[in-house]
Design a protein around this ligand. Structure first.
Ligand code: HAM
Length: 420
């Protein structure tokens, strides 16, 4: 009879990571760990929620993320907390809080964590999503930026993400940006009637976002807009040239895109974004850049830094099939009769303690049903618990079956494993 109680669904924009998905994510995590670990990046985890001020200051009050996408709540004691919408500000907070500036620089950190943004859900865009991120704090060298970009390119390649596009630009320093900003604001004001109402209303607040707009009117205006790349100060231009040379040497292909804007305010100098056509509308796989002012903004000494984050779900969509290792079951413990359950329970425990993977019959199937189930699980052996300390051990590959003492089951399988 159907239950009268309705089934509760997960909130919109969230999803369950089911066991098959978890196995694919484990492959991704493993590859990220190998690639980033080999370059000296060490794992960090920060809390799921932080003081709201961290993001307001770090990500920027004018950004979409802070203006309308954060899950912010009062902790009951008058403090405003926010579910982290991104990982860079929290990692910088941790760098400062734990005095990591005293460590040899740069401090290289990576994370694989979940983040929260209240966006309109669609394929590849969720309200809780995961990112792999890497941050190198304490180096202004162009080699750091190039190394980070190469590492993300390597990760995407190791995951079998097919064709990607890398867009690259430089935002210069805040001073250059301020001058350029004034120029852009004047240009946008002069073309106000052709802009979308949303862009028009935010000319002063965030003029750079006009490059991101999708409406034809704004796009036409932006074709003729002044670009920041043409106005970089000499040392920023030199830094950027060096990043480009290093990428050329590494054989990483990129497009220069002076209109590249990122949705976060902390960037200085290099910015980049990888995209894949396999993703449709949400084509951004991952992106990042240099953020030389962020640590200071959070109360530390001026500290150069650079990093990126890439969306786990988007990488998995673009990667298609990932070869997932089958989950092994060395032993399935079948019960010759229901009253053998305690003996079977003990055998399964002992097998696991001996280093085997073992499962016990738990639903009262017939013997035939148990063998079928063991087959479905891919069990290498089935031990049918018999009477008076005896068992039948069936090798599922050869279908050979031996009668033996219960105590001999585990040593026999271990011997077989060593031979295999
Ligand atoms: P972001 O571009 O906002 O950068 O996010 C990085 C990646 O996270 C995106 O390219 C996308 O793959 C994924 N992502 C973002 N929002 C969603 C969503 N709603 N659903 C699914 N995936 C999403 C940052 O977060 C910066 N912290 C990157 C960074 C690190 N810059 C310097 N260091």
């Amino acid at each position: 009879m159907p239950s009268a109680v309705s089934v509760i669904q997960a909130p919109r924009g969230t999803f369950d990571v089911l066991p098959d998905d978890a196995a694919r994510r484990a492959v991704l995590e493993d590859r990220a760990k190998k690639i980033l670990g080999a370059a000296g990046y060490r794992r960090i985890e920060t809390p799921t929620f932080e003081a709201t001020e961290l993001f307001a200051r770090g990500v920027g009050e004018a950004t979409d993320i802070v203006r309308k996408e954060m899950y912010t709540f009062d902790d009951g004691g008058g403090r405003s907390l926010t579910l982290r919408p991104e990982g860079t500000a929290p990692v910088c907070r941790a760098y400062l809080q734990h005095g990591m500036h005293k460590l040899p620089q740069p401090v290289k950190l990576w994370y694989l964590s979940s983040f929260f943004r209240s966006e309109a859900p669609q394929r590849g865009r969720y309200r809780q999503f995961w990112q792999v991120g890497a941050e190198a704090i304490g180096s202004d060298a162009p080699e750091t930026d190039a190394e980070l970009i190469v590492l993300l390119a390597d990760l995407l390649q190791a995951l079998g993400v097919g064709e990607t596009r890398l867009r690259l630009s430089s935002l210069g320093t805040p001073e250059t940006r301020a001058e350029y900003r004034a120029e852009l604001v004047a240009y946008l004001r002069a073309h106000r009637e052709q802009l979308s109402p949303d862009v028009g209303a935010r000319i002063q607040l965030n003029p750079m976002r006009a490059f991101d707009a999708s409406d034809p009117g704004t796009r036409a205006v932006m074709k003729g807009a002044p670009t920041l790349l043409g106005r970089l100060a000499p040392d920023d231009a030199q830094h950027f040239t060096r990043v480009r040379e290093l990428l050329d040497d590494a054989g990483v292909r990129y497009e220069l895109d002076p209109t590249l804007v990122r949705g976060l305010d902390y960037y200085t100098r290099t910015v980049f974004e990888f995209a894949s056509d396999a993703l449709g509308a949400q084509s951004g796989l991952g992106g990042g850049g240099r953020y030389n002012g962020l640590i200071e903004l959070l109360g530390g000494a001026p500290t150069p830094a650079s990093g990126w984050a890439a969306g786990v779900e988007r990488m998995l969509i673009a990667a298609g099939e990932l070869p997932v290792a089958p989950e092994l079951v060395d032993l399935f413990v079948a019960l010759g009769a229901p009253d053998r359950a305690p003996t079977g329970f003990e055998l399964a425990n002992d097998a696991r303690r001996a280093g085997l993977s073992a499962q016990l019959e738990l639903t009262g199937r017939s013997l035939k049903g148990q063998l079928k189930h063991a087959d479905r699980l891919g069990a290498r052996y089935v031990a049918i618990v018999g009477e008076e300390g005896r068992a039948s051990l069936r090798n599922m590959a050869t279908r050979e079956q031996d009668e033996l003492q219960l105590a001999a089951v585990i040593p026999t399988i271990l011997r077989g494993s060593r031979l295999a």
